[in-house]
Design a protein around this ligand. Structure first.
Ligand SMILES: Nc1ncnc2c1ncn2[C@@H]1O[C@H](COP(=O)(O)OP(=O)(O)OP(=O)(O)O)[C@@H](O)[C@H]1O
Length: 220
């Protein structure tokens, strides 16, 4: 379903403030693969995700994106990724329905090919799939942390991004929510997508998971 792509991180190093967070960081991700970034608090996992998304620049090393086996510029790749960070990106003053409708409106604004009626039925399915049926008219501000996380994760179903970049996506989810997210990730990779995520916990997936350990650099 997704065109052929790969992303290679080569010898990346990052300094934040005066502190060298990591160096010599290498990884590779392509269609159908899952990469879990692990490491202690403050090692630089979120920072690395931000480097991958182009929100931070590494101090050395490079990221090599390729599409259909050809080296691609970041702008072409940017269209293909979605980043869900620590901030959930939901609007507390809007209801669950309105938040999810907003994601679809964003998607439709950049995609004239999906008929509106199709979006509406996808929208109902999304609310059901994230397990928030019955909460459609609840203000997001009044939801629990896990329910807010579920609203945020609905974006994964609205976008057609091939690479999902997820910072601690399992945080606050209950057992059923974790199983649902695991299945969503598996389905995405079965369709040829890729997922890069951080988690302090091991995650059970049927898709093989590559791991990248970020070690805190020793400072004197
Ligand atoms: N804007 C900033 N300026 C300077 N240092 C920063 C900035 N943002 C983050 N840092 C520092 O970079 C380090 C790595 O932060 P980061 O959030 O990437 O770690 P992490 O591995 O994701 O941690 P955690 O497991 O706690 O989420 C931390 O020591 C943090 O204080």
């Amino acid at each position: 379903m997704f065109s052929e792509f790969s992303l290679d991180g080569k010898n990346l190093a990052l300094i934040r403030g005066e502190r060298l967070l990591f160096k010599g960081c290498c990884f590779s991700v392509s269609n159908g693969q899952v990469l879990q970034i692990q490491g202690p608090n403050g090692a630089g996992k979120t920072s690395l995700l931000r480097v991958i998304c182009g929100l931070l620049e590494s101090d050395s090393g490079e990221l090599v994106w390729s599409l259909e086996k050809k080296i691609a510029d970041f702008a072409s790749f940017y269209q293909k990724l979605i980043y869900l960070g620590h901030q959930l990106g939901i609007k507390p003053q809007l209801t669950v329905s309105e938040n999810i409708a907003f994601y679809y409106a964003l998607r439709d604004a950049s995609d004239n090919n999906t008929p509106k009626q199709q979006s509406n039925s996808l929208f109902q399915q999304a609310i059901q799939r994230v397990g928030l049926s019955g909460y459609e008219d609840e203000l997001a501000a009044h939801l629990s942390q896990g329910q807010k996380r579920r609203v945020s994760l609905a974006r994964l179903m609205t976008e057609k991004a091939s690479i999902w970049i997820l910072d601690e996506p399992f945080v606050a989810l209950d057992t059923q929510g974790q199983a649902w997210l695991s299945r969503l990730i598996e389905q995405h990779t079965e369709n040829g997508g890729a997922v890069i995520f951080t988690s302090h916990q091991p995650v059970a997936l049927t898709t093989p998971v590559k791991t990248l350990q970020i070690e805190a650099v020793e400072h004197d």
